[in-house]
Design a protein around this ligand. Structure first.
Ligand code: PRT
Ligand code: ZN
Length: 283
């Protein structure tokens, strides 16, 4: 039976659980138990701190895990990256006190930089020929310049709000991360077959997120125009209506293009437009 490690609590826990739930896999809440048996898929769920997930997967304590790419890169454990999961997006950036006259990365030479990601930072310094001191601290990195512990920080940024609150300014975006599914290298074939089944479910969920299923009534004369408005889709589904000059058109549209396409379709006579959420796309 597969064992999957997910974050016990924290930013990735909820979305990891809801991705699994959308894939028909449910489990007891992580805060109460270290391990629980999943329902809907032959799998055990291990709840760990995110820092421990790369090692647990590298050692085979768990066969797979959901964790930020930042932790995978920082820990440097040997794991296979199976797929990106489309949530937990963030970057790790260098930030300096707002009033600093920062020119470019050469400013960092001889400075002290506080971080919880010393390995990723050391690689950045090496790649850019920068000689600076790395101060590893476990938490509250953003206060290090204020208390005089560092000249700059290297920390996770998402909206940028935390930097602003602490009088800091983002000057170099170094590493881009999102949640990924990782696996123990060289697993036996039967485990790989199980992972393929899970990947298939996850892929269909991820493909359907941000897509909408749209139905509308359309004058038959406008069908060619509608097909031009909806490029990139395979030919849309057309169903007859009892009124012979009209038909019903069904298409899947990415949410980002939805309202622009709806406007165009209305302009060519589309009526009674229904927009529905999609649960799965099986390709
Ligand atoms: O207890 P455990 O060790 O498991 O959790 P943790 O406290 O180490 O990690 P947690 O739960 O904070 O984050 C887990 C993962 O979420 C990280 O490893 C990243 O992959 C991802 N992630 C995505 C983030 C953020 N966005 C994020 N904004 N992790 C942390 N932050 C923090 C950041 O450290 C900073 O303090 O949020 C603040 C910045 O946010 P903004 O929006 O103000 O820029
Ligand atoms: Zn952590």
């Amino acid at each position: 039976m597969l064992k999957i490690a997910i974050q016990a609590k924290g930013r990735l826990n909820e979305e990891s659980m809801s991705l699994l739930a959308d894939a028909g896999i449910s489990a007891a809440s992580g805060s109460r138990k270290l391990i629980s048996k999943a329902k809907g898929f032959p799998m055990e769920i291990l709840y760990l701190r995110d820092d421990d997930i790369p090692q647990a997967v590298a050692m085979g304590v768990a066969d797979i895990g959901i964790v930020g790419l930042n932790e995978v890169a920082e820990k440097g454990e040997k794991v296979d990256e199976v797929m990106s999961l489309g949530f937990g997006a963030c970057r790790i950036s260098i930030a300096v006190p707002r009033e600093t006259e920062y020119t470019d990365a050469t400013w960092l030479n001889g400075r002290r930089v506080a971080t919880s990601y010393p390995h990723i930072l050391a690689k950045y310094f090496a790649d850019n020929n920068i000689s600076a001191e790395i101060h590893e601290i476990a938490g509250s990195v953003e206060i290090a310049p204020t208390v005089g512990m560092a000249d700059a920080i290297f920390d996770i940024v998402s909206s940028g709000g935390t930097l602003i609150q602490n009088g800091l300014r983002e000057v170099e975006q170094v590493f881009f991360s999102e949640a990924v599914l990782i696996a123990t290298p060289s697993l036996p074939d039967e485990k790989l077959a199980e992972i393929d089944k899970l990947k298939f479910r996850l892929r269909s969920i991820l493909d359907s997120r941000d897509m909408k299923y749209v139905l509308m009534n359309l004058p038959r004369t406008a069908v060619d125009e509608a097909v031009k408005i909806l490029p990139g889709m395979k030919s849309p589904t057309l169903l007859p209506l009892t009124q012979p000059d009209w038909c019903s058109l069904h298409v899947v549209i990415p949410e980002s293009e939805l309202w622009e396409k709806i406007e165009l379709l209305k302009n060519i006579g589309a009526e009674d437009i229904l927009i529905l959420n999609l649960e799965n796309i099986i390709r």
